[in-house]
Design a protein around this ligand. Sequence first.
Ligand code: FRU
Length: 522
Amino acid sequence: MKILRMNSIVAVIVILAVFTTFFSMNGIKVDARWKDHSTGYYSEKYRPQFHFTSEKNWMNDPNGLVFYKGKYHMFYQYNPYGNKGGNTSWGHAVSKDLVHWKHLPVALKPDKLGMIFSGSIVVDKHNTSGLFKAKSGGLVAIYTSAGDTQQQSIAYSTNEGKTWTKYKGNPVLPNPGIKDFRDPKVIWYEKEKKWVMILAAGDHVRFYSSKNLREWKYMSKFGENEGAHGGVWECPELFILPVNGDPNNTKWVLQVDINPGAVAGGSGGQYFIGEFDGIKFVNDHPPDEIRWVDYGKDFYATQTWFNTKNREIWIAWMNNWEYAESIPTHPWRGAMSLPRELTLKTFPGEGIKLVQTPVKELQRIEQNPYKWKNKRINPGKNVLSDISGKTIEITAEFELGSASEFGFKVRKGKNEETIIGYDAVRNQLFVDRTNSGQDQFNKQFAGKHMATLHPVDNRIKLHIFVDHSSVEVFGNNGEIVITDQIFPDPSSEGLELFAKNGDVLLISLTVNKLESIWQKNK
Ligand code: FRU
C-alpha cells in the first residue's frame, strides 16, 4: 500500500515537472526535443527542411505536375550540370502526400530542337493521342523546345513518367514568328471533349485546342491590354473553381507570371477572374485592375496539379529572376514553395478573390505543439523568449488593441531578424527582410513587402511557416500571402512576439516545430 502511494507521489511529481518545463506563467518553456538535430543528408547551411529542393544543381519552375496512380509527380526546370540556368532539362520527383518527395532520374533532356523549357503533363486516359498501345493510355508531356526559336513539343510515357519518348512529329506547334512563345499548360475541356492549351506569347496569352494533343488549332488571345505589363508574360495557368464552395456558381481563373514588373519587384504572378467558354477568356473586371497572387518576392511560375479531382493545388518556384542565380546556396540552387490549395471567396467591398492555404497534408510533420490563449501582449517583453528554431509553424489570432504594429520576429540573432507583422495604422500585412541575414549578393534582395489586409471583426489571423531559408505568411486564412526567402545565420533561431506603441490581445497561438521531410529519404 505504502509503496503504491509512494509510486503515485513520484508520478505526480514527474508529471508536474514535465508540465512546468513546458509552460511557465510568463512565457512558454521548451524542452530539448526542439533542438535542431539536422546532420548528414540535406543539412547544409540554408538547406530547406520541409520545402522541396533538388539534391544538387540549379532548379527553377515546377513543370508537368500530375496526380497519377496514387502519386503526385513533380517535374521541374533543371540544369543537371551546374548551379545556374542552362542545359535545361526536366528533373523529376514523386510524392504520395505532397510533403515527402522521392528523387527520380532526369526525365527529359535537350535534343536537336533545343532545351526543354516549361510545360505541363496530362493523363491521356482514353488514348486520344493514339500514342499508346494500351486503351488505358498514359502520360503526355507538352513542353517548349527552346532552340533557335521557341516551339511546342510533346513526349509520352507508358511507365508512370519514369521514361519518356519524344514524339517523332515534333514540334506540334511551330513558332509563328513570336520571340517569346512558351510554357504550354494543357487542360481537358470536358464540355467539348477537347484539349485546351494556354500559352505565353510575349505580352499576352494564346489559346489553342486539339482533339489528339498532336494537332493544335489557334482559338484566341487575351491580355495585351489587361493587367500588369512591366515585363514579359510567362507560365500561364487556367482552372475553374466554385465561388464560396458553391458548385453551381463557378468562375475561371487565369494566372500568368510577369518578369519583371511584379508587385514586390522582379518576377511574380498576377491573376484574372472571368469566364472561359472553351474558346476565349473574358475578364470580369476592368482591364487595369491588377490582382497579385503573392505579395512577397519569391513565388513564381506557379502551376496546378492535373487530375486532382475536386482539389485545386499549386506550387511555385520560391525565387525571383532578379537574384535567382546568385542566392548563396550550395550544392543546390532554387527551392519550391509549399503546395497550396486554392479556393475563390467573396470579400465584402472587394468582390471575389483567390484564396491560398497550405495543403492540410503538412500536418503530418507538425511536432510538439505549444498552445496559448487569451494573453494581452505589451511592448517590451518577449513572451516567446524560450522558444527558438529554424523550422517552425505559427498559427495566431489577434484582436486589435492600441498597438500600431504587432507580430513576430523570426530567425532572430544578435544582429539580424525577419519581421512578420501587421501594421494596424495602414491595415497592412508585411514581411520585413531588410535585416534578415546575408543579402549582399544582390542589391534588390533586402526590403519590406506588404499588402492591404482588413481585420475581420477587429481580428487578424496569421499562419506562418519558417524554414532554414524562407518564410511563407498566410494572412486571414490565405486571403493574402507573402512568400520571401531569407538567409540568416544558422545560429539565428530566436522567436519574438511583439507589440509596438500599445497592446494587442493574443486570442490564440499555436507554435509547432516542423519535422524535416528529408531524413527518411536517404
Ligand atoms: C520562367 C521561365 C519560363 C521558361 C523557363 C526556362 O521562369 O523563364 O518562361 O520556360 O523559365 O527555364
